[in-house]
Design a protein. Structure first.
Length: 169
């Protein structure tokens, strides 16, 4: 993926339009509902409950450390002398994503009982595009670049299982 391709994904994204309809791929598992996160006394099926019990949420806070690469992307940028470019490109991708998401109405499928996941999902999109931009700058396109494509298709990669598989709504 290139910076131009990342920009195009963000501009053409169908943010959250296909929630619950993800088709599993290598390294990714699908959930059809977020009902397992309704409350402690869950009423979801065993499959969704087992995922809810084992899944670690992917970052959605802009200040959170990269759960996949840690600080290695920044370290590599420093080694390559591209720290300034990494900061510039990642911030631009983050802002483009937030701007693109402004026109997206809240999705009722992201409201489960007392929990509204709309803001978390939006922030996770912006986080993923920011990290994808970092991968692009240091020429190590991988995890985050692959998630941007899933987000752009209208799904929500929301977590990661202990075996490394990404959970996608």
């Amino acid at each position: 993926m290139t910076t131009d391709e990342l920009t195009r994904y963000v501009q053409e994204a169908q943010w959250f339009a296909n929630l619950g309809h993800f088709r599993e791929r290598e390294g990714m598992i699908a959930i059809r509902t977020m009902e397992a996160w309704r409350s402690q006394e869950r009423i979801a099926d065993e499959y969704h409950e087992s995922i809810a019990d084992g899944m670690q949420w992917l970052p959605s806070d802009s200040s959170a450390e990269d759960a996949i690469h840690g600080s290695s992307l920044k370290s590599l940028a420093k080694e390559k002398g591209t720290e300034g470019e990494l900061l510039k490109q990642s911030l631009a991708a983050y802002k483009r994503t937030l701007t693109s998401l402004r026109s997206v109405p809240p999705n009722p499928l992201l409201i489960i009982g007392p929990h509204d996941f709309n803001l978390s999902a939006r922030n996770a999109c912006a986080y993923a595009t920011r990290m994808a931009a970092c991968e692009i700058v240091i020429e190590r396109q991988g995890f985050w670049c692959s998630l941007v494509k899933v987000f752009a298709e209208g799904n929500y990669p929301c977590g990661i299982m202990p075996d490394g598989k990404v959970v996608v709504f």
